[in-house]
Design a protein around this ligand. Structure first.
Ligand SMILES: *Cc1c(COP(=O)(O)O)cnc(C)c1O
Length: 428
């Protein structure tokens, strides 16, 4: 029944159904371990014959409540919460990609993901080819190799805020017979459901809109359960025996949930990037109001973008909800409820004006963060990207005049008033 609910109802009531006298809210189960009565019970747990909790590194009731709700909201068969968004992306890939294999990713990625793909995965023997998301299907196909094991992209790129052409990327994944993994951090399941648009796996940095209140770092992987891992024998780790579980075969035993069960019982067991139960509790709370908050983030961002567009101290505005944006049509198609809460703009006066603007904001805080209920501002050229030369900055999409605003859920009049006074200061 819950699957047919609207997402607003799933966010509030989904998954957790307390019995009489049980807590109304999923409790914070701050316990590392669980008690059993017999050796037989423990043996069955460790042989994966029973789904009960064994140890909080692998699963926990509070974390399970969060995982259940996000899986429901994304329309997946299961989810695995992680200690950060970075851990979610890394585990999602390592689960199906090993030394000697390869993946294809869009080049317009979040900086941390880009660094993981460009520096760390290659050290582990996993090569990554970056592609331009605007390239044609044929050009994109040319980046694939026999050992390519997945295709990775973001719903909304960063910092370009380009919206993914889901039709093209899902067709590409289908033709090349690899799963499409989507980072839906900026999209959120309220604005975009990648699994309904041809993606097979979704990852999130829960640190951003899912938490929404700037309290916890975390991530999550959601498995759509639709990819056939047995086709072409390309994923033996899912179809052949796992010697660390007495020769268990994930696909035979867990069917459509094979990928997400393996990620948990093999890689989470061994790599241990587990969320704290307290953080899972906060992510679950965050999901409750996610649809409401996203509505406001979107309407505020669009209103601020329109305001900036007509301001004489602003040279350009980048927000996919504006008709002038190259992704406007893709946004209408794939983000019909709004294009999320992050925008960038160019300030007249370049780098110096950018620093002045950022320091003059009062309501909008200088924070290296996005997706918070509170508005945040950043001038990347003088902060996160300052070690790069001007040429390198421009190559990574950060021009000296670029200001990024993560528009919060305050009243739009107060946000605009703060921007207005800071723009005035920046020009003096
Ligand atoms: C922040 C972010 C990440 C990394 O998440 P952390 O929780 O900071 O580890 C990954 N992808 C996107 C799009 C992000 O914004």
């Amino acid at each position: 029944m819950q699957k047919s609910w609207k997402i607003e109802t799933q966010a509030v009531q989904g998954t957790y159904e307390p019995r009489p006298t049980e807590p109304r809210i999923p409790a914070i189960c701050q316990s590392t371990t669980y008690k059993y009565d017999s050796a037989d019970h423990v043996a069955k747990l460790f042989d994966l014959e029973l789904p009960d909790h064994m140890y909080t590194r692998i699963s926990n009731p509070t974390t399970a409540a969060f995982e259940g709700k996000i899986a429901l909201m994304e329309g997946g068969v299961g989810a695995l919460a992680t200690s950060s968004g970075q851990a979610a992306s890394a585990l999602a890939i390592l689960n199906i990609c090993r030394n000697g294999q390869h993946l294809v990713a869009t080049g317009t990625l979040y900086g941390g993901t880009y660094s993981l793909f460009a520096n760390t995965l290659p050290k582990m023997g996993v090569e990554v080819s970056f592609v331009n998301p605007e390239a044609s299907l044929e050009e994109l196909q040319a980046a694939f190799r026999p050992e390519t094991r997945c295709l990775f992209a973001e719903t909304i790129g960063n910092p370009g805020l380009n919206v993914l052409d889901f039709a093209k990327f899902s067709e590409l994944a289908k033709r090349m017979n690899v799963p499409l993994i989507i980072d839906n951090t900026f999209g959120t399941p309220y604005l975009c459901k990648p699994l309904e648009l041809g993606a097979h796996i979704v990852v999130h940095s829960a640190t951003k809109y899912i938490d929404g209140h700037g309290t916890s770092v975390g991530g999550v992987i959601v498995d759509g359960g639709t990819f056939d891992w047995s086709r072409e024998g390309k994923y033996p780790e899912l179809t052949e025996p796992d010697s660390s579980y007495h020769g268990l075969r994930y696909m035979d035993t867990f069917g459509p949930a094979a990928y997400i069960v393996k990620a948990r019982v093999q890689y989470m067991r061994d790599l241990g990037a587990t969320p704290a139960p307290q953080n899972s509790f906060l992510f679950n709370q965050g999901l409750t109001t996610l649809p409401l908050r996203m509505e406001r983030h979107c309407s505020n961002a669009l209103a601020l973008a329109a305001y900036l567009q007509q301001h004489s101290s602003v040279t350009w505005v980048n927000y996919p909800g504006l008709k002038s944006h190259p992704s406007y049509d893709l946004g209408r198609e794939y983000l019909p409820k709004g294009c999320s809460g992050v925008l960038t703009f160019g300030i007249k006066g370049g780098r110096d004006a950018g620093i002045k603007f950022m320091e003059a904001c009062r309501l909008i805080a200088l924070v290296v963060h996005v997706g918070d209920a509170r508005s945040c501002v950043l001038h990347p050229a003088s902060t996160t990207h300052r070690q790069l030369s001007d040429e390198q900055q421009i190559a990574s999409g950060v021009s000296p005049d670029l200001i990024r605003v993560s528009v919060g859920i305050e009243h739009i009049d107060d946000i605009i008033a703060d921007v207005e006074q800071a723009l005035r200061v920046s020009q003096n």
